[in-house]
Design a protein around this ligand. Structure first.
Ligand code: TYM
Length: 323
């Protein structure tokens, strides 16, 4: 069974990405053959500055490696190091209807927010389909926001297989963990780089504290009991705490005397505690960029082998194999 997923290096990676996808991927290294990549071509839809993109790619690679990505056991690379994906993207474009792309939520959401759409943003799901189909992926672990893109991938694969009367492209399944399907941001909406409501995994103590302190709550006073059910702080605590710790926290909410500031500090401690064990390994990779480069090159060479074999089959089937 092949498990594949990617993340856009389009800004600092946050705890929504971590619980929505990175953690699951790292854990899945024991369940199957893991393919993980940094979607650098996808990031071009939003990052238009050379240094920013380079830094984001490096930072994402360092974070994945620190969190347990094993480059020997798994295949870990940067998308643009395996250029076959662009060839497949073009071939698949010819099996993707305009209507399908026009229905994409992420495209519709972005344009509704006033982001100027260009062709890259519009055709983004076709490139994502190429990422998935090029590697014969069976399972794609993602957060809820990406489910539709995996469904579109299945539609595109079906059209292609139908056109050439051959089951050449494998239909993938999205794997979504309900509890972390949508991690809320500091304002309660989906945590997202583009909404400015994120909490960093490895930010400076000061920055993470500022982010946690900005979590939006109702205006109940210290001497009033509070409701944990709809509280943004509690929802984030759920990611880091055991059942027992959560019971205790519920008790604190029900008992007057503490304010939201106290609960925020509890959450902050939990976040620091959770990511602290990875700090040393992260520091090592930050200080050894050459090592990171070598790891990514090694991953790209493994990914390229699979991609080349698949592209040969596809070229042959569509009529690009002979001449
Ligand atoms: P991206 O970079 O936006 O996010 C990476 C992963 O994190 C998940 N995620 C969340 N999960 C729960 N709660 C949140 N608040 C939250 N925010 C983000 C996303 O669902 C995603 O799984 N298009 C993809 C990257 C990509 C890809 C692929 C993924 C490109 N090619 C092929 C899988 C397969 C994206 O933009 O993810």
């Amino acid at each position: 069974m092949r498990i594949l997923s990617g993340i856009q290096p389009s800004g600092t990676i946050h705890i929504g990405n971590y619980f929505g996808m990175i953690k699951k991927m790292v854990e899945s290294q024991d369940d199957g053959e893991l393919f993980a990549f940094l979607a650098s071509y996808h990031a071009l839809t939003s990052v238009k500055e050379k240094e920013a993109l380079e830094n984001n790619i490096f930072e994402a690679a360092v974070n994945f490696l620190a969190l347990g990505m094993d480059p020997e056991k798994s295949t870990f690379w940067v998308q643009h190091d395996v250029k076959e994906v662009l060839e497949l993207y073009w071939i698949l474009s010819n099996h993707t209807s305009m209507g399908l792309l026009e229905r994409a939520h992420s495209y519709k959401d972005k344009t509704a927010k006033g982001i100027q759409a260009n062709h890259g943003l519009f055709s983004y799901p076709v490139l994502m389909a190429a990422d998935i189909l090029l590697f014969d992926s069976n399972i794609v672990p993602v957060g809820k926001d990406q489910i539709q893109h995996v469904e579109m991938t299945r539609d595109i694969a079906n059209s292609f297989n139908h056109a050439y009367k051959k089951e050449i492209l494998i239909l993938p399944e999205a794997k979504v963990d309900e509890i972390v399907a949508t991690v809320p941001g500091t304002d309660g909406a989906k945590m997202s780089k583009s909404y400015g409501n994120t909490i960093d995994m490895f930010g400076s103590k000061k920055k993470v504290k500022k982010q946690v302190m900005s979590i939006v709550t109702d205006s109940k006073e210290l001497d009033e009991p509070k409701e944990w059910e709809n509280c943004n702080i509690y929802k984030l605590c759920e990611l880091f705490m055991s059942e027992e710790e959560l019971k205790e926290l519920q008790q604190r909410y029900a008992t007057p005397g503490e304010g939201y500031g106290h609960f925020k500090l509890t959450l902050l401690d939990k976040i620091n505690e959770h990511f602290e064990p990875y700090a040393e390994k992260r520091e090592y990779f930050i200080n050894n960029p050459q090592k990171v480069k070598e790891i990514l090159e090694f991953g790209a060479s493994k990914a390229r082998k699979v991609a080349r074999a698949k592209m040969e089959q596809i070229r042959e089937i569509v009529g690009l194999g002979l001449y």
